[in-house]
Design a protein around this ligand. Sequence first.
Ligand code: PDD
Length: 340
Amino acid sequence: MRPLLRNGEASRAAKVARGRCRDSCKAWRSRGDDPNFPKYESEAPRLFLRSLDAMSTVYLNGEYIPKDRATISVDDRGFLLSDGIYEVTPAYQGRLFRMERHLRRLQHGLDALRIEYDSAGLPDMHARLIAENSLDSEDIAIVYLQITRGVAPRTHHFPPDGTAPTVYAFAQAFHRPESARWKRGYEAITVPDRRWDRVDIKSIGLLPNVLAQQAAVDAGVQDALLVNDGVALEGSHNNVFAVLDGVVTTHPATHRILHGVTREYVIGLAHSQGIPVEERPVLLEEMRGADEIFFTGTTTEVRPTVRLDGESVGSGKVGPVAQEIYEAFIAGTQVEASAA
Ligand code: PDD
């Protein structure tokens, strides 16, 4: 029988393989129309990336181990009850972007769910995952972190005091779309918002988001705009903005949307570009008549919508406000990445 890889061997092997793959896989990926929807022209790159992924180093409950050796109990409350929260934090050229905002939102969720966890070590853990997976040289990487209420025989109420939370994290490269693709704009459909009323908590219970995004994929579009009582709230995994008479308008940060870190950053960028901003509920009908619509998020950055439910948004082309904000966004992340 093949001996198990010793600690560190898998990540070293993954590093070598990743180095070899970097150019060819990037070229292969960019052939797809959108990095979120790669078109698999052949099985080979997909299988290669999957085995690379299995060799990547992940964090589980204090240990850094190869992903294919990371296992959790079937009694984990995240698995049984979706009893947990998550975060997705970007890193630009290896530097974590607005980590303190992600930590603040994580703490908000931990407090709301009464999960006791000391998050002081998280910045170091994120940085180590990026380094161990050789992602410092990637333009963009993301770190996914999930904290559940831990392992205990299934009950609806909380487990006994002292039950340790399960903490899992992985890092992976993220690929921004080619500029020519971005400039063509994207499409969205509207979907009824079927979520609970505390979506400010970044819960791992994402079934309505999953179904909404699958509806978008089934419709051959990139984004799903969630609508509740005629109000356009946000996307399945991103926030949404409308440009209405020159005013960048987005739902206020209440319990009805996730308080996106990118949303907050984009609002700041708009202010600094002298573009007026208003935070108020936006009716779907207003969205339909908007000059521009764009979504924002860690894995979305700034994504302009040129068709909503098959109808042109504004001119049907990417508008000047989205363009200006996207340029400021890219410049801002570059400054952050090169900061001492
Ligand atoms: N999604 N709204 C929802 C419902 C989200 O799930 C997200 C993030 C956002 C944007 O938040 P931020 O700008 O902090 O990424 C808004 C993450 C990326 C995800 O689920 O993968």
